[in-house]
Design a protein around this ligand. Structure first.
Ligand code: PBG
Length: 329
């Protein structure tokens, strides 16, 4: 069988290609830090910064000029607490973005407590202080999600992995307190694995777990890498509870999961190319081992091939340049 005839030139390859990545599928994460005076670089995440409220607006403006009009906001409040979290700093950032850019910008906002708690866990601890409590955490998350929606977020994205949070958030949004909240999307991190690839992010978002025992990591709520059936159950459950968009995270180590789940559950699928995956490519490129832009592009193509319709990636803002390589692959 002759297969090489269709591989012989770049122009022929363009015609027979089945998978393409477009800029409109990409979502750029941002970090904004309360009380920060000047923006800071993040080890491993080339081109991404811990932003101040002012530099955030400036960076988003530059991203829009570069053709990137969708973002995922991670907001880090100065005051850490055990419960009764104050979401006003984050709500203020959303308001500022929406006031400045309106509907030219799609704003999704991470909903989690790990940047707000003094211990770095994604929720409220039980009275003994040795376990992340489900119901009190879900209450806090629903309150935060409603505040973000009222501030103008197009989408709220709970990444905490508590049980029942999608239902609680949908109920809060639909409660009628604010009529526009019923239009706010929920993007659920429905298949979020307990991964070592989140390292650079935790430094950026000030969210590493600081405890001992069961509080040393996030294994009691994030999905075990060896248990794909849990990812299926979690995603089915989140659909039932009202999620509009589902997600697999990280990306490359879990493409098998993305492929299977996107074939079984006909909902829009996002995939998150997480900080450690992005940094791995950047570090190899810095050592001259690979071409960074082409390696990033290859990773994105694999995400779309596996069934994602959108990709959250730290490289979105470089995509105009990187996607051009599709013409010469
Ligand atoms: C917060 C959260 C994490 C990431 C997104 N939201 C870290 C974690 O769960 O520890 C990771 C994103 C990345 O690594 O790029 N719960």
């Amino acid at each position: 069988m002759t297969l090489r005839r269709l591989r012989q030139s770049a122009l022929t390859r363009q015609l027979v290609r089945e998978i393409r990545v477009t800029q409109e599928q990409l979502i750029q994460p941002h970090f904004v830090i309360e009380g920060l005076k000047t923006r800071e670089t993040i080890p491993g995440l080339t081109g991404v910064h811990r932003e101040t409220p002012d530099t955030l607006l400036h960076q988003v403006e530059k991203d829009l000029e570069a053709g990137v009009n969708k973002l995922l906001l991670f907001s880090v409040p100065a005051k850490k607490a055990l419960q009764g979290f104050d979401s006003s700093f984050t709500a203020g950032q959303i308001r500022a973005l929406k006031q400045r850019f309106g509907n030219d910008l799609w704003v999704s906002v991470d909903v989690c407590l790990c940047s707000s708690t003094s211990h770095g866990q994604c929720g409220v601890l039980n009275p003994e202080g040795n376990h992340v409590e489900n119901s009190s955490t879900v209450g806090e998350l629903a309150r935060a999600a409603l505040a973000f929606s009222e501030a103008g977020a197009d989408c709220v994205a709970p990444s905490d992995m508590m049980d029942g949070r999608i239902a609680a958030i949908r109920k809060a949004l639909d409660s009628g307190v604010n009529p526009r909240a019923e239009h706010t999307l929920i993007m659920s991190y429905s298949a979020k694995f307990h991964s070592r690839f989140y390292g650079p992010f935790r430094a950026a978002a000030d969210s590493a777990p600081k405890g001992g025992g069961a509080l040393k990591d996030r294994a009691t709520y994030q999905i075990d890498p060896g248990r794909p059936s849990d990812a299926l159950l979690s995603s089915l459950r989140d659909v039932e509870e009202g999620a509009d968009i589902l997600m697999v995270k990280p990306a490359l180590p879990y493409l098998d999961v993305l492929k299977e789940l996107s074939q079984k559950i006909h909902k829009p699928w996002a995939v998150y190319e997480v900080s450690g995956e992005f940094a791995a490519i950047e570090l190899m490129a810095a050592q001259g081992m690979i071409s960074g832009p082409q390696a990033h592009l290859e990773s994105w193509i694999s995400c779309i091939r596996a069934g994602a319709s959108m990709i959250i990636t730290y490289g979105a803002r470089e995509s105009k340049e990187w996607l051009k390589f599709q013409d010469s692959l």
